[in-house]
Design a binder for this molecule. Structure first.
Ligand code: FE2
Length: 208
C-alpha cells in the first residue's frame, strides 16, 4: 500500500493525502515520477542476505523492470539496526540530491519514505511498501527516509553513467515535512515484517 502526502514549501501540514493509486499516479506525473505495483514472490529476503541472493529472489521482476525502463545497473540494499555505519548511511539517504540519469527502487520488504521536491519548494512524500516500484527521472531532487530504526530491503536501479549531485545547502533535517517515523506515529502505515538470517551479508557503499 502506497500513500502520498503533498506539502507546500516549508509546511509540516499536508495539503493533500491519498492512498488512491490513480490519484497518486496523477500527482506524481506532475514531476514525471511513476509508481508501479510489482507482484513479488512470497519469499522475503533475510536482512543479512547477500546482494546476489536478494536480487535472485526476484530475478524475473528485476529483469522485467530493467528491460522496461532501460536501466543499466542494479544493486540491493538492506538496512537494519546492526547495519555497519548506519548513521552515516542514513545521513546520506536523507541528503537531498538528484541524479543525471533515471533511478528506480523496488521495495521487497519493510517500508521507506521517498520525498520529491516539486515546484516552488513543494514536497511530495511517498510512503512505499513491498511491491512498490518508484521511477525517478533524472534531475528530480529527492531524498530517502528509511526511518531512525530501519528494517528495509530494496533493489536499486541505475541509468547509464548516472552521477549523484547533492542539492541541499541547509542540512538534511531543515525545512522538511514529517519523516517516516513521524508518519508511523500518526499510524499512517504499518511496518512490514522482516527476518534476520545468517551473518556475513554484504552492504552497498552509498545507499541513496
Ligand atoms: Fe537518489
Amino acid at each position: 500500500m502506497a500513500l502520498l502526502k503533498t506539502y507546500e514549501a516549508g509546511e509540516i501540514e499536508p495539503v493533500s493525502t491519498t492512498a488512491d493509486r490513480a490519484r497518486i499516479a496523477a500527482q506524481l506525473d506532475e514531476l514525471g515520477v511513476r509508481l508501479e505495483q510489482v507482484y513479488l514472490p512470497g519469499v522475503v529476503p533475510d536482512l543479512d542476505a547477500a546482494q546476489d541472493e536478494i536480487i535472485e529472489s526476484c530475478r524475473q521482476q528485476v529483469n522485467g523492470l530493467m528491460q522496461d525502463h532501460a536501466f543499466s545497473g542494479i544493486d540491493a540494499l538492506t538496512l537494519h539496526a546492526d547495519t555497519p555505519d548506519l548513521d552515516r548511511i542514513r545521513r546520506n539517504c536523507l541528503r537531498e540530491h538528484c541524479h543525471s540519469a533515471d533511478e528506480g527502487r523496488l521495495i521487497l520488504a519493510g517500508q521507506a519514505l521517498f520525498c520529491l521536491r516539486g515546484h516552488a519548494g513543494s514536497v511530495y512524500a511517498l510512503f512505499c511498501s513491498p511491491g512498490d516500484f518508484i521511477l525517478l527521472p533524472a534531475n528530480v531532487p529527492h531524498w530517502f527516509d528509511p526511518g531512525r530504526a530501519p528494517r528495509l530491503c530494496a533493489v536499486r536501479f541505475f541509468g547509464e553513467g548516472s552521477q549523484y549531485r547533492p542539492v541541499d545547502e541547509d542540512g538534511p533535517e531543515s525545512k522538511r515535512p514529517p519523516g517516516l517515523d513521524d508518519a508511523r506515529g500518526q499510524a499512517a502505515m504499518p511496518m512490514s515484517g522482516l527476518t534476520r538470517g545468517r551473518a556475513g551479508g554484504r552492504m552497498p557503499a552509498a545507499p541513496t
